[in-house]
Ligand binder design. Structure first.
Ligand SMILES: *Cc1c(COP(=O)(O)O)cnc(C)c1O
Length: 369
């Protein structure tokens, strides 16, 4: 079977971990600082705070900007990993589903603009598959809402798929919003489990660093001058063990990203125009990181069966979130999502897919299903 996911682990990671594990300091320390500096340089944003997962990062981000559970709503996409949306519930906020744009599989920005109300506390977007949301257009929508309602709605970008993706020639993580990355096992860059927030202001950056560890200032002299905790925080920090894995894997993530893109470009060329199959949008002002390669196919069950017979793992990867029992009260009409939910399928595109394998995948698809 050609797998849909694989853990991108550098050969140097085991020794790096062994060094930390034997060092007598395994919690949050120098390796975390070193990893954050390396991430900041890669992303192009000096305000990077690591956490123990993207899920924690999303919960923390919402806590900082939308800490008002009183009837507050967060606009969000139903086509994502449940982590995106359960972070809203964890903050005792309500979810208001925004429809999905069938062309991009990202949120439909027209629908989003229509759904902003005085109760909107935040907007959560996902760069699905690593394909950036139109962030300039989103920023214009937020400007217009500010002019209408008199307050600026914060935007949180779930960048779990989008390591290395660019929008208007700048990397995701630098467009003025709170951006949350995942370093979970099968993402482009892994620390085992982990995540990071890239923040737009020094104030949010300092606050994130406090709230990821109980609200306690770790830089203070806690023995002689114990710091006050003005605002309680979580236990969401990253450890040096995880940071050492991340540091070892940074170069591997760059290589992986290039190969994901190369395989995707091959599929774009070879699969355009294949009957019963539709590719997603490619706008000239952004570059996907292609964590996955989503397409829309007729007769998805037949497609999956054919792939399985040919030794190719395929899947829709994420189920729509809006039909789960725990969010039934937020049910909404989502015609765009209805049009694509049963047609989305992803084939292997990652760094492990060889030239031979990607040709086999293309040939199998072209034979029909
Ligand atoms: C993986 C993923 C997450 C969760 O990341 P963790 O680091 O596992 O918490 C959130 N959102 C999306 C879209 C994901 O794919």
């Amino acid at each position: 079977m050609i797998p849909l996911f694989k853990v991108p682990m550098s050969d140097e990671a085991p020794a790096a971990v062994a060094q930390v594990v034997g060092s007598g300091q395994i919690g949050q320390g120098a390796k975390v600082v070193e990893f954050e500096e390396a991430l900041a340089a890669r992303i192009g944003n000096p305000r990077v705070a690591t956490v123990n997962s993207a899920t924690s990062g999303l919960q923390l981000a919402l806590r900082m900007v939308a800490d008002d559970g009183d009837d507050g709503e967060v606009l969000s996409t139903p086509l994502t990993m449940e982590a995106t949306n359960w972070a809203i519930l964890a903050n005792r906020l309500r979810i208001r589903w925004v429809d999905v744009d069938p062309a991009t599989l990202n949120v439909d920005l027209d629908d989003l603009a229509r759904k902003i109300t005085p109760r909107t506390r935040a907007i959560m977007v996902v760069h699905f598959a690593g394909y950036p949301v139109d962030l300039d257009r989103l920023s214009t929508i937020v400007d217009e809402a500010e002019a209408t309602f008199g307050f600026r709605i914060p935007v949180i970008e779930d960048c779990a798929h989008a390591w290395g993706a660019t929008y208007r020639d700048r990397r995701i993580g630098t467009h003025g919003n709170i951006s949350v990355f995942s370093f979970q096992a099968i993402k482009h860059l892994t620390t085992g489990d982990g995540g990071a927030l890239a923040l737009p202001t020094d104030e949010l950056y300092q606050r994130a660093r406090l709230l990821r560890w109980f609200g306690i200032d770790r830089t203070a002299d806690r023995l002689r001058n114990p710091p006050d905790v003005p605002e309680w925080g979580f236990k969401f920090h990253m450890t040096d063990i995880n940071a050492s894995i991340g540091l070892a894997n940074l170069a591997k993530a760059d290589e992986a990203l290039a190969r994901h893109r190369d395989n995707a470009a091959f599929y774009d060329r070879e699969l355009a125009g294949v009957p019963g199959l539709e590719l997603t949008e490619r706008a000239g002002d952004r570059r996907s990181s292609f964590w996955i390669y989503p397409m829309k196919v007729d007769d998805r069950d037949g497609f999956l069966k054919r792939m399985d017979e040919a030794g190719i793992m395929a899947s829709n990867v994420h189920e729509r979130n809006d039909l789960h029992t725990c969010v039934r009260e937020y049910a909404a009409l989502l015609p765009g999502l209805d049009r694509v939910a049963k047609r989305v399928v992803c084939v292997p595109v990652g760094w492990w897919v060889t030239d031979e394998q990607r040709s086999h995948i293309v040939d199998t698809i072209k034979e029909g299903w």
